[in-house]
Ligand binder design. Sequence first.
Ligand code: FAE
Length: 524
Amino acid sequence: MDRGTFIKTTALGIGALFFLGTQNILANSFSSIETTEENRPIIIIGSGYGGAVAALRLCEAGKKVCMLEMGLNWAKSGISFSKMQKPGKSAAWLKKQSIAPFFNLFSLEPFTGALDRLDFKDIKIWVGRGVGGGSLVNGGMAVLPKRDYFEEIFPNLDSKLFFDKYFPKAQQELKVNVAREEFLNDCKFYKFNKVGEAEARKAGFKTIRVPNVYDFDYMEKEYRNEVPRSALDGEVIYGNNHGKNSLDKTYLKKAVATGNLEILDLHSVQNIKNENEGYCLEVHLIDTSGQIVAKKLMNCQQLILAAGTMGTLELLLKSHAENGLQLNEEVGKHWGNNGNFMTGRNWVKAFSGGLGFQHSTIPVGGIDNWDDPKHTFFAELAPLPMGMNVATALYLMINKVDQPGSVSFDASTKKLVLDWSRKNTSKMEVNAKFFLRKMNKVNGGTRSHMLFHNGLGYDVCYHPLGGVVLGKATTEFGQLKNHKNLFVLDGSLIPASIGVNPFLTITALVEYCMENLLKEKAFG
Ligand code: FAE
């Protein structure tokens, strides 16, 4: 696409749209809206973990940074996040129905919500939208990967340096903390976890306590009714109004405080074009109903892609297909679901109220079966905050990815294509059946047909990873190969899996990359 086709200025410009006062209808009625042009030295696309770390370190180094985020700045908007039992504005990205992993009985008015689901043939991928990215909607579990698995996944990285320096740095900045055992024992909202751990141990599995970014001091106050409730009131995948240290309260807050960060929300990047040594972005400014209200061309000397694994891959592959953006052959390879496999059990202590009637939304326990070479997995004891005792236990298993997939772009449909099918999850399914059999044998219960077809949620993915792997598609510090001024800094750097929930690793990796890029004077 050339610049001329890109900048189509019609007689009916933005001013007229506002004058007529019906932006949405008009944005639909007129195919072209005036395009304005802006320049920035450094642009970051995406405000999740990768984008937030990059922004802070650049701003601290005195660089002026502009961050483009397609989702809403929730903190600024004053709009509350909705509870799981009452999905509202934040529940879904421009959908007419709720998009939780199950029980989607709720109709919605399309709104630029905080949770999105990308549907492919054999896999559904959930992602966060809004300033803070995935940190707005995730469970906050901040888990260190197993050191030997980290070394297997990243053979060229110095693991000692990571475990001594970058992981502790990420934990500190993200405000990772651990719940007090006395509180967990006492709190009726964690009965599901207590029962889950006891059942797992009875079945011969090892259980572990899982750190989190949710402020457990705040949660204890919630329990004592001293502050408004969030985790103890069904808030999580549609956002938390209190308690969770999402990125807007950590990295992004610090970056904004430097005075060097400009965050533009509801700015959706459509395409990237390489121009001389810099980049030109085609950007749509949308309103909260998803209608385009303005178009911008944003030029920058340096570009950081941190749009999350799926967002970054889409922008790179689409821009390659449509604008001839040069890509190396590694882009799109080594993609995986981080071994995500959801499963559940029905009839868990059904007649004794054993799992509790109310669940905290924040997970604190896991089953660590990583040392078993035949059935290697980690499983999160996930809450099911339905406000009643459904006697159902939910688990998010994280397995190795023995058959990674790949991602390409179909220019005719203008959509990403995943080379990923049920066969990629066959070993994960073996592990899930093994796990369920062992649990049910000693504890009772049945495979949860209520939650998933045949009790096996092979197509649920919260952790898409890979496609722009560190040291393969990029240099050792995240610079896209053959591009002096284009950097990829997000989950796409991790090849297919990391064995545990990934945001702590993404944060540590980007800390490492940024420290070295700044040392190399990659940003001048
Ligand atoms: P991410 O946080 O996804 O941020 C990317 C941002 O870029 C988003 O805000 C997008 O809206 C934005 N973006 C995308 N495309 C564009 C575009 N074209 N123009 C402008 N902006 C764009 O990226 N992980 C854990 O470690 N622990 C957990 O407990 C956990 N629970 C989860 C629960 C749920 C329901 C979900 C969905 C995920 C969970 N995750 C968890 C995964 C974690 O949130 C995810 O790995 C990270 O957020 C990925 O970080 P990135 O920096 O790669």
